[in-house]
Design a protein. Structure first.
Length: 275
């Protein structure tokens, strides 16, 4: 999993972007392929999704129809309730200029995610600058999006369908995770402050709290093969993310394929083992 970026799709991408670096382990008979410290290679990050990010800004209203619980709020800079989302319950949208939208999501009175979307002059690409404050140590980054439909000259430059194409940068707080074998499971700690200790599902383990994240976050882990793990993350009892982690045959690379179940958006992260 990777600390997120998704709006919802890439807000709280930011859904997951945006990196949820939650990793699990194999049985602790000896040091497993996952034990050690790993670092994300941002340039090798890949995005794919079944549905594009769909934004509409019209008549002073912001809409995002991309996910299981669509968002529609006035773009007046004020906080507005958002029902049905496990990450936040209020959201504000501000339009500081003709090509920019600034978004802030809150859980209660606490800001959990901020994003700034800026459309390029030709309206065929846009950039998201995000701050994910759900973990203890905030993660910041920049993602480039490409338009998948034709721009409408009469519409707001950000209105339309978009797909994430490139992770431009990611803060050090979102790049590193370490984990160690425990009896029949794994203990994990990440540079963003998240941590857990859990027993594998096939060894009798259930869900375990994900510390250093939103209240109500939990993980469940299972061994799929000697070099492969399944990672489920839930929020307040709702399954929100499904991740498969695979270590390469030479033990030097870890691939995390993370599926955001709310928005059907997949992010594939490549991590390199550190000396």
């Amino acid at each position: 999993m990777t600390t997120g970026m998704r709006m919802k799709r890439w807000q709280g991408m930011s859904r997951g972007w945006v990196l949820v670096l939650t990793v699990l382990s194999l049985p602790s008979l000896a040091e497993t392929p996952f034990a050690g410290t790993w670092q994300v290679d941002p340039e090798r990050t890949e995005f794919s999704s079944m549905l594009p990010l769909k934004i509409t800004i019209e008549r002073g209203v912001f809409k995002n129809d991309s996910c299981a619980s669509p968002v529609e709020v006035p773009a007046d800079g004020g906080d507005h309730g958002v029902p049905g989302n496990p990450y936040f319950d209020a959201m504000s949208v501000r339009l500081p200029d003709a090509r920019t939208a600034e978004i802030e999501q809150k859980g209660g009175a606490t800001v959990v995610w901020r994003g700034r979307y800026v459309a390029e002059p030709d309206s065929r690409s846009m950039t998201l600058h995000f701050e994910d404050r759900r973990p203890v140590h905030a993660v910041t980054g920049t993602i480039r999006f490409e338009r998948v439909d034709e721009p409408d000259p009469a519409a707001h430059p950000l209105s339309g369908s978009w797909r994430a194409s490139r992770l431009i940068d990611l803060s050090p707080s979102g790049r590193t995770l370490s984990f160690a074998d425990i009896d029949n499971g794994l203990a994990m700690s990440a540079s963003d402050g998240r941590s857990f200790s859990n027993v594998f599902g096939d060894r009798g383990g259930g869900t375990a709290p994900l510390h250093g994240y939103l209240d109500g976050a939990a993980v469940w882990v299972s061994r799929r093969a000697p070099h492969k793990l399944q990672i489920n993350r839930s929020q307040d009892g709702t399954l929100v993310e499904f991740t498969i982690g695979t270590v390469s045959d030479d033990g030097r690379q870890l691939e995390l394929g993370e599926l955001d179940l709310l928005c059907q958006a997949k992010t594939t992260w490549l991590l390199r083992k550190q000396p």
